[in-house]
Design a protein around this ligand. Structure first.
Ligand code: BGC
Length: 541
């Protein structure tokens, strides 16, 4: 514009009056440009915020977010790798080095809804521990009463004997309250123990490693059923553990009690894992009988997928950081990219990175380095915050503002909120797509036209988009001639342990065990609703 004015000024035809005005205009323009440039330098945040109006267009932010994106082609590649890892886990030649262990569970009879009886169940898988009394009434009807107990951090990382002693004490408390002690009845008990175990029978399982923040001493390589039974006997409790199941197996069994088309169990909670029904002839590591039914549930322990580096192509520096600062570095790589124990932490690390690159919270420089705020502390951004942020629709961001307030960012701008939501969405979407790809491998492998998947876990239940994102991705990856349905049943992992014990009795083995209670009707309370969200609240805390 100033160039045009200079040319105009050379024109002899211009009257002095016009020339004066033109000079004035030119000066104003030059001054204006200078003031604007100075303003941009002096107040870079305002300038950058304008770019942030469309976070998806901001190169630097998008570069970070892009590192989280996994294309369909990459997912297909990951599915192939998972299949290879599964074969390695199932073969006796490669099982030892395999990362995806594919443990046979000894659970072979799938319930058909006719199982009856009263069974106790213990459900240990995270910071909460639950004791249940389950009344299987046949016709797929279940009634239960239950109580949640907390596992203190000191017990999670303490001596293993204290852990089992604590479990027995909780069981004692529950049975006392429900008048089940000293009744002359030995109650059968199903134990849902949601950690990797090499099973040697239905009621015999050696822990191979701890996950999800547990590290009790003296338990790895030990038979956890034996440790539990010893603690139960020491307290003089009239209960006998007849079955141990992983939570994925419990979920599959509980769902199958209602829907016999169930062939897969999936957990998306503090940790993640899946199990499925496999033909015995594909299980090279199977070392028991080949009687009917010629099938066994395989506990995949897919959380360890990638522990040998095969997922490195999709890992980001944030995943590496989460892993390095965890209690089990190098282990549970797939789990650390998906599950609730780690999701909030991934988001926190990204936010912190953007803040350090001066791309976020620009109006909050005075609070930079306030290391006491949760934002700067490991675990300071809970996974439940990811769900809360993602429930915001529109431009008000009232939930996101509350969350940011909680982590120490007061009065965030619209752009701050939009960017934080964008990050949460990408992190949870990546997790849902990875879980969806894993599940697609199983659905395709089952070889039936209709497959029901029993799914449970706090992340799956409470995240507003996880299910939708996972289903969408599966629609592209599952073979076109296969129909799949995702089902969720309340209290599935505990009910499943009870159903497993009862299904085993139906098959004849251990029938005496359940018969001792089946004859004596026990009045169960109607379903006790204990805080459903308790586990979720505790994630990352
Ligand atoms: C454990 C699995 C469990 C999963 C979900 C993982 O950390 O290794 O055994 O099924 O968490 O609870």
């Amino acid at each position: 514009m100033s160039l045009n004015i200079a040319q105009i000024l050379q024109d002899d035809l211009i009257t002095p009056m016009v020339r004066k005005t033109a000079y004035g205009l030119a000066t104003t323009c030059i001054l204006g440009a200078a003031v604007y440039a100075g303003y941009c330098v002096a107040a870079p945040e305002k300038h950058i915020i304008r770019q942030h109006r469309h976070p998806e267009l901001n190169d630097q932010i998008e570069k970070v977010v892009d590192s989280l994106k996994i294309t369909d082609d990459q997912l297909i590649h990951i599915m192939h790798i998972l299949e290879e890892e599964m074969s390695a886990g199932l073969s006796p030649i490669t099982h030892k080095q395999a990362t995806v262990k594919m443990f046979p569970t000894y659970v072979r009879n799938i319930p058909n809804g006719t199982e009856v009886g009263q069974v106790l169940a213990l459900d240990l898988g995270g910071t909460n521990f639950r004791v249940l009394l389950i009344d299987l009434r046949g016709n797929a009807r279940v009634e239960l009463t239950s109580k949640i107990f907390v596992i203190p951090q000191s017990i999670m990382i303490g001596d293993g004997r204290h852990l089992f002693c604590h479990l027995a004490e909780c069981l004692y408390d529950f049975m006392l309250k429900e008048n089940l002690l000293r009744t002359g009845i030995c109650y059968p008990l199903g134990f849902t123990f949601s950690f990797p175990c090499r099973q040697e029978g239905l009621a015999s399982a050696r822990l191979t490693s701890w996950t999800k923040g547990f590290s009790c001493s003296g338990v790895v390589n030990e038979d956890v059923v034996k440790l539990l039974q010893e603690a139960i006997n020491e307290k003089g409790i009239n209960a006998k553990c007849v079955a141990l199941v992983n939570d994925t197996v419990g979920t599959l069994m509980a769902c199958a009690y209602k829907d016999p088309a169930t062939a897969i169990g999936l957990i998306l909670g503090t940790g993640t894992n899946a199990c499925y029904i496999e033909n015995l002839d594909k299980v090279g590591t199977w070392n028991s009988d080949y009687d009917e039914p010629k099938q066994v549930i395989i506990n995949m322990e897919w959380g360890a997928f990638g522990d040998n580096g095969r997922l490195n192509l999709i890992r980001t520096k944030y995943d590496e950081e989460v892993d390095l600062s965890s209690i089990n570095p190098g282990k549970q790589i797939f789990e650390k990219m998906i599950s609730g124990m780690y999701m909030g932490e991934i988001v926190r690390l990204i936010i912190l990175d953007l803040l350090q690159q001066e791309l976020l919270f620009l109006g909050h420089r005075d609070t930079y380095g306030d290391y006491k705020t949760p934002l700067y502390n490991r675990g300071g951004f809970y996974t439940k915050f990811v769900s809360t942020v993602e429930t915001d629709e529109g431009i008000k961001f009232s939930n996101t503002r509350r969350v940011l307030e909680d982590i120490g960012i007061h009065n965030p701008t619209y752009d701050d909120c939009a960017i934080v939501q964008h990050i949460c969405r990408q992190v949870s979407k990546r997790a849902a797509r990875l879980a969806g790809a894993g599940l697609a491998v199983l659905v395709n492998r089952i070889g039936k036209s209709d497959v029901t998947v029993g799914v449970d876990g706090s992340l799956y239940r409470y995240h507003p988009r996880f299910k939708r994102n996972m289903e969408r991705c599966m629609e592209t990856l599952v073979n076109k001639d296969v129909k799949f349905a995702l089902e969720t049943i309340p209290d599935a992992s505990g009910i499943g342990a009870a159903v497993t014990a009862a299904a085993e009795c139906r098959s004849g083995k251990g029938a005496a065990m359940v018969a001792c209670v089946a004859g004596k009707p026990y009045l169960v309370n109607s379903i006790v609703s204990d805080e459903e969200t308790a586990d979720y609240e505790k994630i990352n805390s």
